[in-house]
Design a binder for this molecule. Structure first.
Ligand code: FES
Length: 239
């Protein structure tokens, strides 16, 4: 395999000159330069899938918005992260996430500690811009420690990636299509019957919403465990 040489590239973000290495994404260079771009499916240390589209930006000359977490930087491009059009599109995307499943925060275990909820506050989403679809999924509470509630899932696939890339178990995957897509264990077994799940809990602690959660733990414990797992993921390959 021929490896491409890493080169330094200069380009603009919101009119400011920035530099990065050719193997970096727009998101990485933006964050290195203190420019905030909202994300949901992205998690430092895991591969990028660009599924949530929260990080979309405009690139001058391009007709479509581009996900900053997967787009590699290029010499001379002009990136805008905060135009009114981009902000309105992000709000619409967020609205669609809320409308697709049942995100009633007041009855969710993650209420007050949910990235989807935080994002809606950050982006000042006051109400849903599209009708609720109210699709209902069965909850899998078969595992002795954990619960999988697809009604709260935004299909970011962080759980699948952490299980695959960090734990090396690949116990999780996606099943179904479109609105019916959901996270499954093995060949769609109840969680308790999964042969490949190691019960490590990494999937639970990278979940940005209340879709995967641990039974009977205090909020302090959740925060502590999540901190440990996120640090482990971030420092992937350094141990
Ligand atoms: Fe880029 Fe989800 S963070 S698409």
């Amino acid at each position: 395999m021929i490896r491409e040489k890493v080169r330094v590239k200069t380009f603009k973000i919101n009119g400011v000159d920035v530099t990065g290495q050719s193997n970096q994404t727009i998101l990485e260079v933006a964050r290195d330069n203190g420019i905030e771009i909202p994300t949901l499916c992205h998690l430092e240390g895991l591969s990028c899938v660009g599924s949530c589209r929260m990080c979309i930006v405009e690139i001058k000359g391009s007709r479509e918005p581009t996900p900053a977490c997967t787009a590699k930087i290029k010499e001379g491009i002009e990136v805008t992260t905060n135009s009114s059009k981009i902000e309105a599109t992000r709000k619409m995307i967020l609205s669609m996430m809320f409308s697709e499943r049942t995100h009633t925060c007041s009855t969710c275990v993650a209420n007050g500690d949910c990235e989807l909820q935080n994002k809606s506050v950050e982006l000042e989403l006051q109400h849903s811009q599209v009708p609720y679809l109210n699709k209902r999924f069965e909850i899998d509470a078969s595992h002795k420690n954990f619960v999988n509630d697809p009604n709260r899932c935004i299909l970011c696939t962080r759980c699948i990636r952490v299980c695959d890339e960090i734990e090396g178990a690949h116990a999780l995957d996606l099943a179904g299509r479109g609105l019916s897509t959901r996270i499954i264990h093995d060949m769609d077994e109840p969680w308790a019957d999964s042969q490949s799940c190691t019960s490590c809990g990494k999937c639970v602690y990278v979940c940005p919403t209340g879709a995967l959660y641990e039974k009977d733990v205090s909020e302090e414990e959740v925060i502590k465990k999540r901190g440990i797992i996120l640090e482990l993921v971030k420092n992937r390959g350094k141990y």
